[in-house]
Design a protein around this ligand. Structure first.
Ligand code: BG6
Ligand code: MG
Length: 216
């Protein structure tokens, strides 16, 4: 079998934090008088906190200093973290749960490759932090997706050739990242529009038929 491990993106794949991110950025944008729509929010998927702020500031009427940017990012994170207190084990995506169970039953490795610095907090709230062999998150990397760093590091920490790792992503930037790291890329949701994907499905649970096919 070619695929030995699956590296999951977190936000939008294991659980949906989109709305919590959106509300937090919205509060910041409103306070600063910067236009910010749900369409704008789509561009933030998979992108690091600072890079997300830069995208929001594209519509600002004045330039912001590095100190102001730091303060805005920090404030957004405080609002976001407060919002995270509402999530728990019932927020694990059912498809992701199915995929994790299959991997566990078949002795395949599981990893997380996320841009979020809140990854461990979120996995803790979902109660699944111990299920992963490797967790690479926003604290481990210098360059945000679509740079390959996050998935290359996850595959290296798994001790596997990158081509034996399947990445599951909901963001176009994540598919680009996975492919430039030399991993296989499974696209769900918004990421399906990315021509670089190797496979696609509705949710993370749809990797199961693919792995079953490979096992046959
Ligand atoms: C990604 C999200 O997983 O993490 C992005 O898709 C987010 O929307 C990024 O900006 C960084 O998250 P955090 O928790 O470090 O602010
Ligand atoms: Mg995502």
């Amino acid at each position: 079998m070619g695929i030995k491990a699956v590296i999951f993106d977190l936000d939008g794949v294991i659980c949906s934090t989109d709305e919590i991110h959106y509300r937090a950025w919205r509060a910041i944008a409103d306070e600063e008088g910067i236009p910010f729509s749900r369409k704008d929010n789509e561009r933030l998927r998979g992108v690091s906190r600072m890079a997300s702020l830069e995208i929001i500031l594209e519509k600002a009427k004045r330039p912001y200093s590095p100190e102001e940017k730091e303060a805005l990012a920090e404030k957004k994170n405080q609002i976001y973290v407060e919002g995270l207190s509402s999530i728990g084990p019932s927020d694990i995506d059912p498809g992701a749960r199915k995929a994790l169970d299959y991997l566990g039953e078949h002795g395949l490795k599981k990893a997380i490759g996320s841009s979020s610095k809140n990854t461990k907090r979120i996995l803790g709230r979902l109660g699944i932090a111990d299920e992963f062999d490797v967790i690479v998150d926003g604290n481990d990397i210098k360059r945000s997706k679509p740079d390959p760093e996050v998935f290359a590091l996850a595959a290296d920490r798994l001790g596997l050739p990158h081509g034996e790792c399947l990445v599951v992503e909901d963001a176009v930037a994540g598919i680009e990242s996975a492919r430039s790291a030399g991993c296989l890329a499974f696209a769900i949701k918004d990421a399906r529009k990315c021509p670089l994907k190797d496979y696609e499905g509705e949710n993370a649970g749809d990797i199961v038929p693919l792995l079953e096919e490979e096992n046959r």
